[in-house]
Design a protein around this ligand. Structure first.
Ligand code: SF4
Length: 317
């Protein structure tokens, strides 16, 4: 079956003021099925938000292809891309920054419908507010009158207005209090079930990603270093960077805590990437080859199974 989304070799470079090249995203490939949620995790600066924006063509990627329902959207003319955008929406970390404070909520939520000339805007706005758990009278109020969690509900309602097939949720709960985070995660998980939405769920927090994702891609220094179904990754992370990230995630009650792997050192300089594996300067399991040859993200033998991971510790399957 053709996947809803197929990303091939997606690369995003930026020119720096000094004339150098900042490599934000390098050769990222993955597929996403209809209705599937892929979690994207990694430290701040690893390229995960760049990936979300590049997939939606909110930036113009340097190289690669983004196939959405069998069409490479990076090649679409502007007008065709505008029409395509109805099917691909994004929710940002900071809804306040993304929503015009001078408009009432009903205008903000209904705006995508108005732009696309859809009929029945008022009724659809009422339906959307109900869908995200806000009372109908919210439509007459302004965004500053709402709490952080309620603002994120409004941003989600707006993103869903055109019934998209793909939603990129870029750190949708990281600006919220922990108590509110779980409400928004539950809302997103429920909407995914009810609407069959496919989603790229981007977060630096693995425990957040786990709640909604069937598969998880771990990113480091602009590349995916491991991609696996959520249960396998949580039970047996293969890549040493994924192991370090997982070691910091609290275990459920009654389960022995993992031994914490503390990462030393910083991310390498993206304008001057090191040779070999980008993680070798911080990896406790690094070998001589790691400083020379970059390991490809390919299926490798991990224990009794096969896993897509980019690490010389594992034989190519
Ligand atoms: Fe560590 Fe080498 Fe694997 Fe990179 S390739 S994660 S340095 S063992």
């Amino acid at each position: 079956m053709t996947p809803l989304l197929e990303v091939r070799g997606l690369t995003q470079h930026y020119r720096t003021e000094g004339g150098g090249t900042l490599r934000a995203l390098e050769d990222v490939s993955f597929t996403l099925a209809e209705g599937e949620v892929l979690g994207i995790v990694g430290e701040s600066g690893c390229g995960k938000s760049t990936l979300g924006r590049a997939v939606l063509r909110l930036t113009q990627p340097t190289a690669g292809e983004v196939w959405f329902e069998g069409q490479d959207i990076l090649q679409l003319p502007r007008a065709a891309m505008r029409r395509r955008r109805r099917d691909m929406q994004i929710v940002f970390q900071d809804p306040f920054g993304a929503l015009n404070p001078r408009h009432r909520v009903r205008t903000l939520v209904g705006e995508p419908l108005t732009i696309h000339g859809m009929p029945g805007v008022a009724a659809r706005v009422a339906e959307l507010l109900d869908l995200v758990g806000l009372p109908a009278e919210s439509g007459g109020r302004y965004i500053h009158e709402f709490s952080g969690g309620q603002r994120q509900r409004i941003a989600i309602a707006r993103a869903l207005a055109l019934s998209p097939k793909l939603l990129v949720a870029d750190e949708p709960v990281s600006a919220l209090d922990v108590s509110i985070q779980s409400q928004i995660i539950n809302l997103i998980a429920g909407l995914k079930r009810r609407m069959g939405l496919a989603m790229l769920f981007i977060s630096h927090d693995l425990s957040v990603v786990r709640h909604v994702s069937a598969r998880i891609a771990v990113m480091y220094f602009g590349r995916i270093v491991e991609i696996a179904d959520a249960a396998s990754l949580f039970d047996h992370p293969a890549h040493p960077y994924a192991q370090a990230l997982l070691s910091a995630v609290p275990q459920p009650p009654g389960v022995a805590p993992r031994i914490r792997i503390l990462l030393e050192g910083e991310l390498p300089d993206p304008t001057n990437p090191p040779p070999g594996c980008a993680f070798h300067g911080r990896c406790a399991q690094a070998m001589a080859v790691c400083a020379q040859a970059r390991p490809a993200l390919v299926p490798r033998r991990v224990g009794a199974g096969v896993r897509d991971t980019a690490c010389h510790l594992y034989e190519v399957a």
